[in-house]
Design a protein. Structure first.
Length: 379
């Protein structure tokens, strides 16, 4: 049965935020009385899940939460960085912001000192038109793969999947579309053979019912070299067997990659006790929101509170996971290495600002990318 969203939409057209304030028992978690979170636009998966969690916090702990929606990565991060928001529900832009890439290669940004509280596993893969006869990732060579202009979050995942098979965009016919919806519809319209996306997009159900049919390309979990190549593009992916989505079921699963969306993000200097209280509340109120949407049950702390993830975990989150016996030495080594990577990039950014401050914007970005790659090569 399809899960439906809890009744949490208190949205007024004249407001740029949602306010959740439901009575409940006094908090035992030492949460602030009020908080501001940023999230994707109203109607998005990220906003719906933030709303459901805010509802649970209100009922369980009498905490008032204002959700500030924003359609852009900058719009979701700027309030967090400036201190006007306590937490942000982000996607892959958290990785871009910590690396100083794409929008965050501007002089006013650079690598941001972000930390994860938790992040729900989400899946991503390559659905293809069944009549394209694409049975493995290697079969994508020479095929039409749909990309969306100006959407680095999706594009970097697609590039990573190609890298899994030792391919790049030069090995496929990359067909660029002006909007994500157009890219998603391109298979039904026979303008492309494959696209990179999540499993529940409405266009995939249309493809499944169309004459072309739907097929998911297998991303084998046991191909260690493939996963190593994928994570050289962005070190945030892991194997996942998906059963939810178009053409998928318990009887017909597909191997694909897992990443984190949404990710609850705080600044590194956020008070450790407060972050500890947040993740503890997220865990202990789980039963209040776990049925809110089709995938929100994946916020189970054993899945959402462990690496790999786009950015390092906050010390407060690590402390809670250690207390629950869910944090291993291997996870701690991952987190420390991820912090070291971020600190190295921050130092390289400061050096680039000092050395290339008189360059124009394009030249500065090029210089930074050279320095960034050199820094990562030395790690």
């Amino acid at each position: 049965m399809k899960r439906t969203l809890l009744n949490t939409s208190i949205i007024a057209a004249s407001f740029s935020f949602s306010l959740f304030t439901l009575g409940g028992a006094a908090t035992a978690q030492n949460l602030p009385d009020t908080m501001t979170w940023t999230a994707y636009d109203v109607g998005s998966q990220g906003h719906s899940e933030a709303s459901a969690i805010a509802d649970a916090f209100g009922r369980a702990y009498d905490t008032r939460i204002r959700i500030q929606p924003a359609g852009s990565a900058i719009g979701r991060l700027q309030p967090l960085v400036s201190g006007r928001a306590d937490y942000a529900f982000l996607a892959t832009e958290s990785f871009f912001a910590s690396e100083g890439t794409f929008d965050f290669a501007e002089r006013r940004w650079g690598p941001q000192d972000l930390r994860a509280v938790a992040g729900r596993p989400s899946t991503f893969g390559i659905p293809t038109a069944a009549d394209a006869e694409i049975h493995s990732l290697a079969d994508l060579r020479g095929k039409r793969v749909a990309y969306t202009a100006g959407n680095p979050s999706v594009s970097v995942k697609c590039d990573a999947i190609l890298a899994f098979a030792g391919l790049t965009r030069d090995d496929v016919e990359a067909v660029m579309f002006p909007a994500h919806g157009a890219a998603m519809s391109s298979l039904v319209q026979d303008q492309a053979d494959a696209v990179c996306t999540t499993t529940t997009a409405s266009q995939l159900y249309e493809l499944e019912e169309s004459p072309r049919g739907l097929s998911w390309v297998d991303i084998p979990a046991d191909d260690e070299e493939g996963w190593e190549r994928m994570n050289q593009v962005a070190p945030v992916f892991q194997p996942f067997t998906e059963t939810i989505g178009a053409g998928l079921s318990d009887d017909n699963p597909a191997n694909m990659l897992a990443y984190r969306y949404p990710i609850i993000v705080a600044m590194a200097d956020k008070d450790e006790d407060e972050v500890y209280a947040y993740i503890k509340s997220l865990d202990e109120s789980y039963d209040l929101y776990k049925e809110a949407t089709s995938a929100i049950h994946r916020w189970s702390i054993k899945d959402s509170g462990v690496p790999p993830i786009d950015i390092p975990f906050h010390a407060g989150a690590v402390r809670y996971m250690q207390e629950q016996g869910l944090w291993s030495d291997e996870m701690n080594a991952w987190n420390e290495a991820r912090i070291s990577r971020l600190e190295a990039l921050q130092a390289a950014w400061e050096s680039t600002l000092e050395e290339a401050g008189d360059l124009d914007d394009d030249a500065f970005k090029a210089r930074w990318e050279e320095r960034r790659q050199a820094t990562l090569d030395e790690l």
